[in-house]
Ligand binder design. Structure first.
Ligand SMILES: Nc1ncnc2c1ncn2[C@@H]1O[C@H](COP(=O)(O)OP(=O)(O)OP(=O)(O)O)[C@@H](O)[C@H]1O
Ligand SMILES: [Mg+2]
Length: 411
C-alpha cells in the first residue's frame, strides 16, 4: 500500500557512532510539532563520529528510516542531519567596516560578517557555520542586533566552525544512498544545546558537554550566543574499551556491565559494591569481578575528559562563561555520579540535560542520548522556510551554500 506523503513533515537524523536515530515530525501551530515516527538502529559504519564504512552506514540509516516511516505511516525524502568528529575545529574572528549611510542596514551586517569570516582555512577544510556573537557600533557596548542603529563604524565578533570536506561529503553521500536528500547539516552540540539548555542559561552563560559513544562535544554559551565549541575524540566507547582491556572481558560484556553497574566515582559505591559475573575475553567462561574494580577503570577516564574540558576553558580564559553552571548530556552522561565528578573538576554546579517540554507521546525521548536528534528537530522547525535552497546545484555545493546562509538565522 502506498504511504502518505505529508507537506508539513520534517525529519531529523542523528547519525551517531553507536546509534542512528530518525525522528519524523509534523509542524503544528507556532513552534510546536507532533512526533509521528521514531526509528532507531545500531550504527556500524562510524568511528569517532566519522564514516569509515559507507555500505554499513547506509544500511543502518535505511533500517532506522524504515522503522520511523512505518510508525509514521508516511514516506520521507529529505532530512536535517547532525555532524561531529575530530575534523571539526572552531575559532573566533573579528571584522570591522565603515558604515556608509549612517543607519546600519542588513547589507552592512552581512558585509561586516563577511569581513570577519575572511580567515585562512586549512586545505581540505571548509567553513561550516559562521555565527555572530556580538556587534559593536562606534566602539560602544556589545549588542546582538545593530540593525537600524546610527553609527559610522560597525564591528562584528563571529564564531567560525570548520570541518573536513571529505567527512561532510561522505555523510551526505550515505544519506543520498539511503534515499534521503540532505537539506541541512547542523553541528551536533548546537542541536543538543537546543534540546537541553534553557534560554536563560544561554543568556547568563553555560557550558554543555554531549558525551556520546565516539566523541564528547563541548559548547559554551553566553549572551544568548555561542562562544566556543570543541570536539574531543574521547567518549563512552573508550570507557567500554578500557573496561574490556583491564577486566579481560569481551566488548559486549564490558558495555553491558558499564551500563548496569558502572558508576562515575568510588564515592557512589555502596560499601564494597557488588560482585558481578562477566565472561572471559575468549567468551568461553565466566568469572567474578567486584564492582569497585569496574569503577576504578571508569573514574580516571571520566576525570580525564573533564580535565581536558577544564584545560580548554582555562586556556581560552572562558571560565566566566559558566555563570549558570555546566550541563552534561548524551548517552555517556547516564553514569550515576557524573555531576559530582564534573562539578569537582570544573568548579561549578552540574546537571544532566534531557530533552524537555515533552508531552506524553514524546516521553520515550526524555533520555540524554536523544538530545541531538530532538534538538535537530527543534533546529529545523526554527529555521524552516527561512532560506531557499537550490536543489539542482551539485550536492556538496548545495549543502555548503545552505550552511553559509545560517549567518542569517541569528537575526
Ligand atoms: N546507562 C548508561 N551508563 C553509562 N553509559 C551509557 C549508558 N547508556 C548508554 N551509555 C553510553 O553512551 C554512549 C552512546 O551515547 P550516544 O547514543 O549519545 O552516542 P552516539 O550519538 O551514538 O555517538 P556520538 O555522538 O559520539 O557519535 C555509549 O558509549 C554507551 O555505552
Ligand atoms: Mg551523538
Amino acid at each position: 500500500m502506498k504511504k502518505r506523503i505529508y507537506d508539513d513533515v520534517f525529519v531529523a537524523v542523528d547519525i551517531g557512532t553507536t546509534k542512528i536515530l530518525v525522528l519524523i515530525a509534523r509542524k503544528l501551530e507556532g513552534n510546536q510539532f507532533e512526533l509521528l515516527g521514531i526509528g532507531k538502529s545500531p550504527s556500524h559504519g562510524l568511528k569517532k563520529g566519522v564514516v569509515y564504512d559507507i555500505s554499513k552506514t547506509v544500511k543502518s540509516i535505511e533500517s532506522a528510516v524504515k522503522e520511523a516511516e512505518l510508525m509514521a505511516d508516511c514516506q520521507v525524502e529529505s532530512a536535517t542531519i547532525g555532524i561531529s568528529g575530530a575534523h571539526i575545529s572552531a575559532l573566533n574572528s573579528h571584522g570591522m567596516i565603515p558604515v556608509k549611510g549612517n543607519d546600519i542596514t542588513q547589507r552592512d551586517i552581512q558585509n561586516v560578517i563577511a569581513t570577519a569570516r575572511a580567515v585562512q582555512v586549512p586545505e581540505g577544510q571548509k567553513i561550516l557555520h559562521v555565527m555572530p556573537q556580538y556587534f559593536v557600533v562606534d566602539g560602544g557596548e556589545r549588542i546582538i542586533d545593530p540593525h537600524g542603529m546610527y553609527g559610522v563604524r560597525l564591528e562584528a565578533q563571529v564564531h567560525i566552525i570548520t570541518g573536513s570536506v571529505a567527512s561532510v561529503q561522505n555523510l551526505v553521500k550515505c544519506c543520498d544512498m539511503a534515499g534521503l536528500r540532505v537539506n541541512d547539516i547542523v553541528l551536533e552540540q548546537l542541536a543538543s544545546a537546543e534540546a537541553v539548555l534553557s534560554v536563560d542559561e544561554r543568556e547568563l552563560g553555560v557550558g554543555m558537554l554531549d558525551i556520546g559513544g565516539g566523541t564528547s562535544d563541548l559548547a559554551l554559551f553566553q549572551g544568548g550566543s555561542i562562544r566556543h565549541t570543541m570536539v574531543l575524540p574521547v567518549a563512552g566507547n573508550h570507557f567500554t574499551n578500557d573496561i574490556a582491556i583491564c577486566l579481560k572481558t569481551t566488548l559486549n560484556d564490558a558495555e553491558e556491565v558499564k551500563k548496569e553497574y558502572g558508576l562515575a566515582h568510588m564515592g557512589m559505591l555502596e560499601k564494597f559494591g557488588q560482585s558481578i559475573e562477566i565472561g572471559t575475553v575468549d567468551g568461553n567462561n565466566n568469572k567474578i569481578i567486584m564492582q569497585s574494580e569496574l569503577v576504578s577503570v571508569i573514574e580516571p577516564r571520566l576525570a580525564e575528559i573533564f580535565a581536558l574540558v577544564k584545560a580548554e576553558i582555562d586556556r581560552r580564559r572562558m571560565h566566566h562563561f559558566l555563570v549558570s553552571g555546566f550541563v552534561v548530556t548524551g548517552g555517556g552522561s547516564l553514569l550515576p555520579g557524573i555531576c559530582d565528578v564534573a562539578g569537582d573538576i570544573l568548579g561549578v554546579s552540574t546537571r544532566v540535560g534531557r530533552p524537555s517540554n515533552l508531552d506524553k507521546f514524546h516521553d520515550a525521548l526524555q533520555d540524554p542520548k536523544y538530545a541531538t536528534g530532538y534538538g535537530l528537530l527543534m533546529f529545523t522547525l526554527k529555521n524552516r522556510n527561512k532560506h531557499g535552497i537550490n536543489f539542482d546545484a551539485p550536492m556538496v555545493t548545495r549543502v555548503f551554500a545552505r550552511m553559509k546562509t545560517w549567518v542569517l538565522d541569528f537575526f
